[in-house]
Design a protein around this ligand. Sequence first.
Ligand code: HAM
Length: 428
Amino acid sequence: MATLKAVRGTRDLLPPETALWNRIEAAARRVFARYNFGEIRTPIFEDTGLFARGVGEETDIVSKEMFTWEDRARAASENPQSLTLRPENTAGVVRAYIEHKLGESGQLQKLYYIGPQFRRERPQKGRYRQFWQIGAEVIGPTSSGSESPLRDAEVLEMLATLLDEMGIAGWTLELNSVGSAADRARYNDTLRAALAPVVDKMCVDCQRRAVTNPLRVLDCKVPEDQPIIATLPVIADSLDDDSKSHFAAVKAALDAAGVEYKLNPRLVRGLDYYTRTTFEFKHGGLGAQNAILGGGRYDGLSEAVGGPKAPGIGFAMGLDRLVLTLQAQEGESAPTKKLDAYVAPLGESLNAAALQLARELRRAGLSVELGDGSFRLKKSFEAADRTARKIVILGEDELASGILTVKDFATGTQTKVPRGELAEILKS
Ligand code: HAM
């Protein structure tokens, strides 16, 4: 029988690498708490319509990359429901915001999430079909201040702090504004006019986008189309005074906080819900998949999926890519932390007593590996040296006298320790 393997684009995360994942997640939770974010966990699958209406039918994500299936009809009279593994989490958070009427408190909602997302992309380094995001959303009724440029600047400042806290160095922040819905409509008209004489030289996707959603032409990755795309008008010229002053206020607040950024007038992002501020953080160490996170404002998303007006801004970091970045930075050979102790019973008759001793030490807060009485002493020492800083030997004499033999591998010294003092000695 052929051996079964993890499905293309998915992978198992194993120790010790998972320790790095946990470290990054712990840093994120710490920083989110300092900025008054609470955790939200939404379902991994949702009604397909949520993503079609929220993320946009013409986006690559919705038109090509979703894992979608028809659920069995609940009754013969009903149509089967179309379900989709979430390709991103913002639409789900906004659905939950609407469903639980979170806007009715009048307070700004600051929500973060950590979890897997699914996109049927071509797998390569840093790009998977199941990948993980750490993300956050700030959303609320206009009266809660959710539209203020200060919120944009605060989110970006938090991201700079978060990356520092995670130990990720050498990133760049790229910033743009894609304007209001009205600005976008004006820009789409401008693009349509600019594309008309050249679009027949472009790929078939662009020919379709030029009609349905010209902004998405800017997402095109086809190399032959890039010289044409480079000549297209930029969105900055289509922004009205309100959008311009909103963007100016975001930049001024970032300047005041000392957060560095680079303007990228072509950064429109591959999801349709964005309005005004959009951003990406790039990292040079990653090759082609160099976006470690992306986000922006989405003032019309709640209404697009049937909710009340609820402007918002948020981001998602690619956890897989953060891990790759840190691994490249720290080198593959980062030392794994050794346990406090290894308990070695001298003979199988001492296994039960060894379990009890290990239990005492673990309950005292020590990290302990438990050996096996079938091991010869030499094998116990080798196993202990690989995993722990000290070995505790438990033979018949030790058990009877309550005086245990402890060897410290770093110094090579061997000492006799009364059982009652063992935990303290091992901690030191
Ligand atoms: P996104 O740019 O599609 O935005 O994804 C955010 C980040 O997720 C990317 O910058 C990248 O690091 C990571 N990512 C995306 N696709 C993959 C993949 N196939 N494999 C590995 N990593 C990947 C969003 O998802 C928006 N929901 C962000 C947002 C939140 N905007 C507002 N609020």
